[in-house]
Design a protein. Structure first.
Length: 407
């Protein structure tokens, strides 16, 4: 009878536990916390955005981009949807984002933990794995006071993001000792700290277009809701640029985000904005501040007017040409110099990790150590905001579970 140990009762470990178990094996799930799925409860603001119907591989990133399609492909994605269907989860789908119909992350967490228990997997909570050794084709999994000997191990200990949930990066160290190469790990999906901050706009959320420039070259654009904070800028569209920024800053590149506060006019030529503002102020017979306040948050207008150094009580036509140009620049291309990012403590995920080259992407088995499997955020593949990171966790858990189950 095969004895299988799964280390980490988070998203990927719970799924691989369920799939691993059959009548002829013994499966033990080790979780350092008193309960499994602590991070899961925080996902999607407590609602768990567990999948996205747009599975274009451009939403996934890795230091081995060519290998992504071996993992994220139609056949595999179907396995994830089938798993959730069989778990009895009914989705509530909005703008491609899947949530449980209850809109509660606890629905997903409870369903997974209940299914782990029902399938006969032994859960050992408060078990912190400190080391794994392989001797005579057997693994010895050690905590400070206990050893478990087994045939196969699935490591699902997560990355370094939100370490208070239990994923503090210890899994990378265990894998390094087992001769795995860990590509540099960066925090990902977090807010960005700006050189100048504006207390006037703290707390404002607004639909914008963000354009990231690295050393003056356009790197990526994102549309969506930005959140303006004490330290700089946050929100989903910022998160999706943060991975590029953190690596760029680490490589001494200059990272600048330009904000377009009126993205709905993105299709017009730069020289047409003047005419648009002239027409608006003339038609409404209102000062430039009042005109802008009818379009965007008044707190943003205050910042834009102040930064443009103009008198907001004037009509647009009363401004000098330089003032008009400055105002338009700040309205459609407001410059934010990024000096730092939030840390691992606030990042939703991490980039980098175990190189995909060292993993059989059909089974998640290590190519370095036989019968060792690696899942979830430990792997060097990261997704954008929108259910992609949990998809990586579910899918790698399913593939590892199937493989140890000899399915
Ligand atoms: C605030 C927040 C919101 C998020 N929202 C979303 C979202 O809506 N959609 C989405 O797709 N993704 C979201 N994510 C990302 C997603 O939660 C993770 O990508 C996913 O949980 C990773 O799964 P995992 O199995 O690799 O690791 P985790 O879920 O982190 O699980 C790892 C587990 O291993 C345990 N562990 C660690 N080391 C040991 C050890 N040595 N011994 C025993 N146990 C150990 C930990 O305690 C933990 O329970 C969010 C993340 C955060 C922080």
């Amino acid at each position: 009878m095969d004895k299988i140990v799964i280390i980490g009762g988070g998203a990927s470990g719970l799924v691989s536990s369920i799939i691993s178990k059959n009548k002829n094996n013994k499966v033990i799930l080790l979780e350092r916390n008193k309960d499994c799925g602590k991070k899961l409860l925080m996902t999607g603001n407590g609602r768990c955005n567990y999948f996205n119907s747009n599975q274009d591989i451009s939403n996934y990133h890795s230091n081995n981009p060519l290998l992504i399609k071996e993992f994220i492909n139609t056949k595999n994605i179907y396995k994830v949807l089938t798993f959730f269907d069989q778990l009895g989860i009914t989705p509530k789908i909005k703008d491609n984002l899947y949530y449980p119909f209850s809109k509660q992350a606890v629905t997903i967490k409870n369903a997974l933990v209940e299914e782990v228990k029902r399938s006969g997997v032994i859960i050992k909570n408060s078990f912190l794995v400190e080391d794994i050794k392989k001797e005579n084709n057997k693994f010895i999994v050690k905590s400070s006071n206990e050893e478990i000997i087994c045939d196969k191990v699935i490591i699902s200990t997560g990355s370094k993001s939100y370490p208070k949930t239990g994923s503090d990066g210890n899994g990378y160290k265990i894998l390094e000792k087992l001769d795995h190469k860990i590509n540099k790990v960066y925090p990902n999906l977090m807010g960005l700290k700006t050189k100048f901050t504006y207390k006037d706009w703290v707390g404002v959320r607004s639909e914008v277009k963000l354009s990231l420039y690295e050393d003056n070259k356009l790197k990526k654009c994102e549309y969506g809701e930005a959140q303006f904070t004490k330290y700089g800028i946050s929100g989903i569209c910022t998160f999706n640029l943060s991975g590029y920024v953190v690596e760029g800053l680490d490589n001494n590149k200059r990272e600048v985000i330009k904000i377009n506060f009126i993205p709905f006019l993105d299709y017009i030529e730069i020289n047409e904005y003047k005419e648009w503002l002239l027409n608006k102020t003339k038609k409404l017979n209102l000062s430039i501040s009042k005109v802008l306040e009818r379009i965007i948050n008044y707190k943003l207008v205050n910042v834009i007017i102040k930064e443009s150094n103009i008198d907001g009580d004037k009509l647009f036509s009363e401004l000098t040409r330089e003032e008009q140009n400055k105002l338009i620049e700040n309205l459609i291309s407001f410059n934010l110099d990024i000096i730092d990012t939030n840390s691992f403590d606030e990042a939703q995920t991490c980039s980098g990790g175990v190189s995909l080259e060292e993993i059989n992407l059909n089974t998640m088995e290590s190519k370095i150590v036989n019968n060792l499997y690696i899942t979830g955020e430990l792997l060097d593949i990261v997704g954008d905001c929108g259910g992609y990171n949990l998809t990586i966790a579910w899918l790698s858990g399913i593939l590892a579970g199937r493989s140890v189950n000899n399915d």
